[in-house]
Design a protein around this ligand. Structure first.
Ligand code: KIV
Length: 271
């Protein structure tokens, strides 16, 4: 099924088929028009407008400060760029936890104003009521378990989750609950690889990992991390595909040198 008026070829149904056929799902974050166009052309399956925008776009220490309107602004920019991938938008902290009525209001606002394809929320059993109400409106929802950055003040650390049996058991129960309530996929963040594989085998919906090993159905990375624009962030799960920080630094320095020396603009670069 494709969405009328858009060309999207990746749908919730297609993702289920991909899992069933053992085709891996590739997902990346994007927050702006220009980079979303490139990610689309590269052939990505899902673009996540992540609330990691709070970190990499706005410089906040946690994802908590980003607002609903800021997420909508990023989502609109990405949706304008994208033809093929599914666009999933993170519901920001405080817009869906606790009050299921507010959760539906927030979800509808994001979908109406951004024209994205789906939403992502963090949490398991504790947010089921909100999830039920959002899903009842027909909005597809992706879950997010394991290290859930919106709960960083509860965890106190960004280290690996669910190493202990009790937390691992709850994570599996939560994944099953998310599938049963109607989520179309789940992100699993920073958990032991063995547990990631176990969860993926317990449910029919795709499990997309970030630091959850290779036994899951797909992978997601934050674009700025995989491009190497961030020098500080180096978790074990991160594979850097470029050293963009150094490349950009070199380009900016060369530009400054050329301006200061009078080399730029040259005769061909003026009217
Ligand atoms: O906000 C984000 O970028 C995310 C990914 C880390 C999965 O939730």
């Amino acid at each position: 099924m494709s969405v009328e008026g858009k060309n999207r070829i990746i749908t919730t149904q297609r993702l289920l088929e991909m899992k069933a056929k053992g085709e891996k799902i590739a997902m990346l974050t994007a927050y702006d028009y220009t980079s979303a166009r490139i990610v689309d052309e590269a052939g990505i399956d899902i673009i996540l407008v992540g609330d990691s925008a709070a970190n990499v776009m706005a410089g906040h220490e946690t994802t908590l400060p980003i607002t609903l309107d800021q997420m909508i602004y990023h989502a609109q920019s990405v949706v304008r760029a994208v033809k093929n991938p599914m666009v999933v938008v993170d519901m920001p902290f405080g817009t869906y936890q606790g009050d299921s009525k507010q959760a539906v209001f927030s979800a509808i606002k994001i979908m109406k104003e951004s024209e994205a394809d789906a939403l992502k929320v963090e949490g398991g059993a504790e947010i089921l009521e909100s999830l039920r109400r959002i899903l009842s409106t027909g909005i597809p929802v992706m879950g997010h378990l394991g290290l859930t950055p919106q709960s960083i003040h509860k965890f106190g650390t960004y280290s690996v989750r669910a190493r202990e049996e009790e937390e691992a058991k709850k994570l599996i129960e939560d994944a099953i609950a998310l599938e049963e309530v109607g989520c179309f996929a789940i992100v699993l963040e920073k958990i032991p690889a063995e547990l990631g594989a176990k969860v993926a085998s317990c449910v029919k919906i795709p499990i997309i990992g970030i630091g959850a090993g290779n036994g899951v159905d797909g992978q997601v990375l934050v674009m700025h991390d995989m491009l190497g624009i961030n020098k500080e962030f180096s978790p074990r799960f991160l594979r850097r595909y470029h050293n963009l920080y150094e490349e950009m630094l070199k380009a900016f320095r060369n530009y400054i040198t050329d301006v200061k020396s009078g080399d730029f603009p040259n005769e061909n670069e003026q009217y």
